[in-house]
Design a protein around this ligand. Structure first.
Ligand SMILES: Nc1nc2c(c(=O)[nH]1)N[C@H]1C(S)=C(S)[C@@H](COP(=O)(O)O)O[C@H]1N2
Ligand SMILES: [Mo]
Length: 421
């Protein structure tokens, strides 16, 4: 049985065991690269044989992507919703979605350094003389753990086309570009304070160590997205653990940002450096991407996207097949970047009538709420199952999502096809 990591004491025990296993093998000081092969033996890939610098051999993603757990889209892998059935609050790493602009780099934590520089720090260090933190330095600072979702801004994008008949560009995700994990690491505020953050600081620019991203022949450089200092100081984590284990290569090893409630792109993986600037910063990831564009928006787009919206999903295959004449307990989850989910409703008649779903466990402000709904379909045929939620701010899920050319923030009710035999 999987340990319940939502339980504080269980979590501390499990992570304690995992770290001591690592240190017994002499890997705590030498975590990563070669050593991680053993630490992630459970994921089944032979990392012991791969070089500690460079890209994952054989594909953009390191971990196994069995077709019963993932749908792959180029360099990305989407979680199948039926694979979440029976899992708890935290999405196991073996089924957590991966969104890679290019490919997972393999980084040796022993030589890795986080570098901070810029005019918002005391003495305005330049990029060639940054303030540095080693992996060991971060492990030595007071840690925090938070349960938080990471969700791609384009999660649900394919429904703009399949439900609304609109053309949008980007990865055609269904609803599986989201996961919830228990992250452990150092508050970014702690590291900023030690690096000499001044009152002049306005924006940060965290940047990944993955390869430069080339969009339609144009090299946009390494993945980086400005982060306002106010958010950075509020609840952002420099995470080195995910669900009680050292961060896996695909999810940002050795250290990533976790920016709770915000668009997934904010949570930069394989973090290498952070510019701390005394002026607003721009990169393609807050100018040409991750804004709303289209007829309802100014030419330069909306302001840069921050919080995610409300969504709900059934833990069922797409399409689902169920037998008639017996009761099925439908299960699913709802979540919102605005905070707790207040209520969830399900419709089994295409949206004509709605009934409350029974939620399981207390609502969480940064994770999701699980729910169930008993359903006894009588007549064979094709059905559509609908679920919708309302969060603590009163935001809900409309019948249609406002169009934007890049297909972000699809928050409308998704119509899940089910065939009854
Ligand atoms: N360095 C770097 N960070 C990145 C990305 C990337 O390609 N490179 N993708 C971003 C996007 S768009 C998302 S949705 C999340 C996905 O995190 P995951 O792959 O751990 O699920 O990481 C973000 N951080
Ligand atoms: Mo994303």
């Amino acid at each position: 049985m999987e340990p319940d990591l939502t339980d504080e004491a269980t979590y501390e025990r499990v992570r304690g065991e995992q770290w001591s296993r690592l240190s017994r093998r002499g890997m705590l000081r030498a975590t990563a690269g070669v050593g991680l092969g053993a630490a992630f033996a459970g994921t089944g890939s032979a990392r012991a044989a791969v070089p500690v610098r460079g890209l994952a051999p054989g594909g953009p993603i390191v971990k196994p992507l069995p077709p019963e757990l993932f749908i792959t889209h180029g360099t990305n892998a989407e979680t199948r919703w039926e694979a979440l059935k029976g899992t708890g609050q935290h999405t196991p790493v073996d089924r957590f979605f991966v969104r890679n602009h290019t490919a997972t780099p393999l980084i040796d934590a022993r030589t890795w350094r986080l570098k901070l520089w810029g005019g918002g720090l005391r003495g305005a260090p330049d990029p060639d003389h940054p303030i540095e933190f080693s992996y060991e330095d971060l492990l030595g600072l007071r840690a925090e753990t938070v349960t938080a979702s990471i969700e791609c801004t384009g999660n649900g994008r394919s429904f703009y086309t399949s439900q609304q008949g609109q053309q949008v560009s980007g990865t055609p995700w269904k609803l599986g570009a989201v996961g919830v994990a228990r992250w452990r690491g150092v508050p970014l505020s702690t590291v900023l304070a030690r690096a000499g953050l001044t009152r002049r600081a306005v924006d940060l620019l965290p940047r990944g160590l993955d390869p430069e991203y080339v969009d339609k022949g144009e090299n946009l450089g390494r993945v980086r997205r400005p982060l306002p200092v106010a958010k950075a100081l509020k609840d952002v984590l420099l995470a080195y653990e995910m669900n009680g284990e050292p961060l896996a290569p695909d999810h940002g090893h050795p250290v990533r940002l976790v920016v709770p409630s915000w668009v997934g792109i904010a949570s930069i993986k394989w973090l290498g450096d952070i510019e701390v600037a005394d002026r607003p910063l721009f990169s393609p990831w807050n100018t040409r991407f991750y804004r709303l564009f289209g007829p309802d928006h100014p030419a330069e787009g909306s302001s840069p996207l921050t919080r995610m919206n409300v969504k709900s999903a059934f833990e069922l295959p797409w399409d689902a097949q169920l037998t008639g004449g017996r009761t099925h307990v439908l299960t699913g989850r709802s979540w919102s970047g605005n905070g707790r989910i207040r209520r969830v409703e399900v419709s089994v008649d295409g949206g004509a009538t709605w009934r409350h779903a029974r939620t399981i466990g207390p609502p969480r402000s940064r994770g999701w709420v699980r729910w169930e709904f008993p359903w006894r379909p009588k007549t064979p045929g094709s059905y559509e199952l609908l679920a919708r939620a309302v969060d603590e701010t009163g935001a809900g899920q409309p019948a249609t999502a406002p169009y934007n050319t890049l297909g972000y923030l699809f928050g409308a009710v998704v119509r899940h096809p089910v065939r009854i035999s």
